[in-house]
Design a protein around this ligand. Structure first.
Ligand SMILES: Cc1ncc(COP(=O)(O)O)c(C=O)c1O
Length: 384
């Protein structure tokens, strides 16, 4: 029985009040003031002109690529460690996702090999801010400018994170968020594109709504999608956004607690950050020197103790849908290593200190047992 879940949303603000208002007024579908308000506040929080709310993070990414006319024979660079949607959306456009290894420190796309992966077919890069830790956006933007590539930030996991006092989601041409139930702020399912470009914003809105002409109802000049967010979802999102500072503080506290309780174990390694604001979507660790078999045993042990944890994302190049060499733009030494050693630990806003201590204690005991490390002081040290 799970006592400590991996993730859990927190609804202690105006969620119910705003959703009730949608129901009592009848504005439950995709027309309604909450959608407009949610788009406005999220764009303004990021210092970006336009917010285009969508039905999910995946549809936000697909919409962005469609608005940029990504098509057959185009290549789009994607990190090898990410959630599958980042690459799948490239395939939805009949284009070729090209996977690049990540770096061992921050686990984001390895900027040092990025340039080598660019060729005359490359049209865009989708950097992902993995687990809430910003990718090296300043360097990525310089490379993108040099080769005239569009940058689409995948900020699904990094709402509110900053690189050099600039928020993730404010660097690229179109930047995409997910508001799935386990994200920093949630709308249940949902997403958003942000852009400063007026023309692209209009195109995103048209494509989101079946390609319908802005001034001529039911006239469809282009083939679009139904990727709209509902007013109900936006109502929840607005209430969640109002609590962002509290959410950020809670997640930051959890991360710092994990680091402080596990600091005496040199084999437990945390993600390094270049940023001044990492939003700790997920407290992830590498247990150096173990393999996937031991890692899975640790995950099983934790579950037996009532703790839900997750393996790292499997490197995309290892999955059947992406194993063909045509998708591979580099070697994958680091992503393979992370796949052996990585565990994502429970992280949610309402997690308390005792729960964090319990996770750390069970984690170290299990590592000692399964990796045949000298047993003993783990429990005592952590519970002191
Ligand atoms: C990095 C990344 N990209 C894209 C997505 C897709 O978002 P959604 O689940 O809202 O479609 C997710 C979320 O699950 C994600 O973590």
């Amino acid at each position: 029985m799970v006592k400590i879940p991996f993730a859990k949303p927190s609804f202690k603000g105006n969620e119910l009040k705003y959703v009730t208002e949608c129901i009592t007024t009848g504005w439950i579908s995709s027309i309604g003031s909450y959608v407009l308000e949610f788009e406005k506040v999220i764009a303004s929080f990021h210092g970006v002109k336009h917010g285009i709310a969508t039905s999910s993070g995946t549809t936000a990414l697909h919409l962005a690529l469609a608005a940029l006319d990504i098509k057959e024979s185009n290549e789009v660079i994607v990190p090898d460690i990410t959630f599958i949607a980042t690459a799948n959306v490239v395939k939805y456009c009949n284009a070729l996702p090209k996977l690049v290894d990540v770096n061992i420190n921050d686990w984001n796309i390895d900027v040092s090999i990025l340039e080598k992966s660019i060729n005359e077919n490359t049209k865009a890069i989708i950097p992902v801010h993995i687990y809430g830790n910003p990718a090296r956006m300043n360097e990525i933007m310089k490379i993108a400018e040099k080769y005239k590539l569009a940058v689409i930030e995948d900020c699904a996991e990094s709402f509110g994170a900053e690189e050099g006092n600039k928020k993730t989601g404010s660097f690229g041409l179109i930047n995409c968020f997910s508001f799935f139930g386990n994200k920093i702020i949630t709308t249940g399912e949902g997403g958003m594109c942000l852009t400063n470009d007026d023309k692209l914003a209009e195109k995103l809105r048209i494509l989101r709504d079946h390609g319908m002409d802005k001034n001529r109802k039911y006239w469809h000049a282009v083939t679009g999608f139904n990727y709209r967010m509902t007013n109900l979802q936006a109502a929840i999102g607005l209430a969640q956004f109002e609590q962002f500072n509290k959410f950020y503080e809670a997640r930051d506290f959890i991360y710092k607690e994990y680091i402080s309780l596990l600091k005496d174990y040199p084999f437990i390694k945390f993600q390094e950050t270049n940023s001044n604001k990492n939003v700790n979507w997920s407290s992830t660790v590498r247990i150096s020197g173990i393999n996937q078999q031991i890692r899975n045993k640790i995950i099983d042990d934790l579950l037996e103790s009532g703790i839900e944890s997750r393996p790292f994302f499997y490197p995309l190049h290892t999955m059947p849908a992406y194993s063909d060499k045509v998708y591979h733009a580099s070697g994958f030494f680091v992503s393979n290593l992370l796949a052996e050693e990585g565990i994502a630990l429970p992280t949610f806003v309402d997690m308390n200190s005792d729960q964090i201590k319990y996770v750390c204690e069970r984690l170290v005991v299990s590592i000692e047992k399964n990796a045949h490390l000298p047993a003993g002081q783990a429990k005592q040290k952590i519970m002191e």
